[in-house]
Design a protein around this ligand. Structure first.
Ligand SMILES: [Zn+2]
Length: 436
């Protein structure tokens, strides 16, 4: 891996994180011109071939088949490659060590362990072409806030992060670690919230401590002992309390939800995303449609295969449950595809190895999604879901210069998305592999 950073551009990019997207650097404009065999802009429009993109400082200044190169500009010729917007993953756990089961992590790791692994995982994920991630909650509360801030300050390379800070879970719910003796004091268990009042308190606490959005566990999980993934765990009133309080702060709620009742309760309450959404049925799809792009479905399909890898820390009892849910969630995805609802792009990285996020594309292709739709999902649609569509998600003049390149044409073979060899984030080149 080579990291190529022009110092003036780096300073500009470092100074302006997500919190200050409109600021202008004082330095004279640094101009980079990219050239590639083709470009997919993320909006669903037909590819441009050949393509050139001019970047001034951290933003996209021009996109065309042919551009004149200004004097002093750096030209990067990517050859037979396809330029795409930086990819966006709606569901990662970047501070999680993929080798450790999350309940073991509570007893055997420290926040320092997760901070260091978070830095490692953030770099690996960025190098895989994911320039923005919504991080769905750490083992140790608020380590994701620290990671987000370190990335924004340029201390460690990583995606732009939108972070949950901490799970909001019920007692005995999917965010509760249930195998411990009641005499074992596990700090995370102290953060459980029951009843609308405690949920409001948890929401306020997370936002106070720097969370960008609220993650609630509406139903059981595949990877939690003794809890049926299908069971609704937060009542309608508790979910509604989370959404109402988050809205007061101008923030959204993401609901971990597998079972149909929990999915529907979350949609009715007005969450932004239903994550996993395994038991998505026709009624849930109709409810999502009725929100008119207010609530989105964000499946995580590759998890089933990833859990079966030999070095996965997931025990056999949970693998069995994962296998039971696998065909059901595939059917839910096919149902959503047939109904034509927008489908967000998410992976649950940590359950899958960090950096393998693009394998989700292959799963969606296996279930019948056209390559262009998958690319739109991971770019402009996800930007809309995060309400960052004015800044990221497409190769459009004025947006932040988050661009990646893959060899060949991913519309012919979507698995080429797993072979990212160029990554630019905010005008800074973080990866540029030589052509073989
Ligand atoms: Zn997750």
């Amino acid at each position: 891996m080579r990291r190529i950073v022009s110092s003036s551009v780096l300073l500009a990019a470092v100074a302006f994180g997500l919190g200050d997207l409109h600021a202008q650097p004082a330095a004279p404009p640094a101009i980079v011109v990219l050239r590639a065999a083709r470009l997919i802009d993320g909006t669903g429009a037909a590819p441009l071939a050949p393509a050139m993109v001019r970047i001034e400082n951290e933003r996209i200044a021009a996109v065309a088949r042919e551009l004149t190169v200004p004097a002093g500009a750096q030209v990067i010729d990517l050859g037979d490659a396809t330029l795409l917007p930086g990819l966006i993953d709606l569901h990662t756990h970047l501070t999680g060590d993929e080798r450790v089961h999350w309940e073991d992590a509570l007893l055997k790791t420290t926040p320092a362990h997760d901070a260091l692994w978070g830095a490692r995982n953030a770099r690996v994920t960025l190098m895989a072409g994911f320039t923005t991630c919504r991080d769905m909650g750490p083992t140790w509360p608020f380590t994701d806030v620290a990671l987000r801030n370190a990335i924004n300050e340029g201390l460690v390379p990583g995606p732009r992060l939108v972070v949950a800070g901490n799970y909001v879970s019920s007692t005995g719910g999917a965010g509760d670690a249930r195998q411990f003796s009641p005499y074992v004091d596990v700090p995370i268990v102290r953060n459980l919230a029951d009843g609308p009042d405690e949920v409001v308190k948890a929401v306020r606490t997370n936002l106070k401590q720097g969370a960008d959005f609220i993650k609630i566990l509406a139903t059981g999980a595949v990877l939690s002992k003794g809890i049926s993934p299908g069971a609704q765990q937060y009542s309608d009133a508790e979910i509604q309390a989370a959404v109402t309080e988050a809205r007061r702060w101008g923030r959204s709620v993401a609901a971990h939800a597998h079972g149909a009742d929990g999915i529907k309760a979350a949609i009715r309450a007005g969450v932004r995303t239903v994550d996993h959404g395994s038991y998505l049925d026709d009624e849930a799809i109709a409810l999502i449609k009725a929100t008119n792009r207010g609530t989105f479905y964000a499946p995580t399909l590759y998890t089933s295969a990833a859990i079966e890898r030999p070095d996965s820390p997931v025990p056999e009892s949970e693998r069995v449950r994962s296998r039971q849910v696998s065909a059901i969630k595939d059917a839910g995805f096919r149902r959503a595809l047939a109904a034509g609802i927008p489908i967000g792009f998410a992976t649950d990285a940590m359950v899958i190895p960090h950096g393998q996020n693009a394998r989700e594309f292959g799963e969606r292709a296996r279930l019948g999604e056209p390559a262009m739709a998958s690319i739109v999902s991971a770019t402009s649609l996800n930007a809309e879901i995060l309400r960052l569509q004015n800044q990221i998600g497409s190769i459009t003049v004025g947006k932040l210069a988050d661009l990646i390149a893959v060899p060949g044409d991913p519309l012919r073979d979507i698995r080429l998305m797993e072979r990212v060899r160029f990554v630019m984030k905010g005008g800074v080149v973080f990866r540029h592999d030589p052509e073989k």
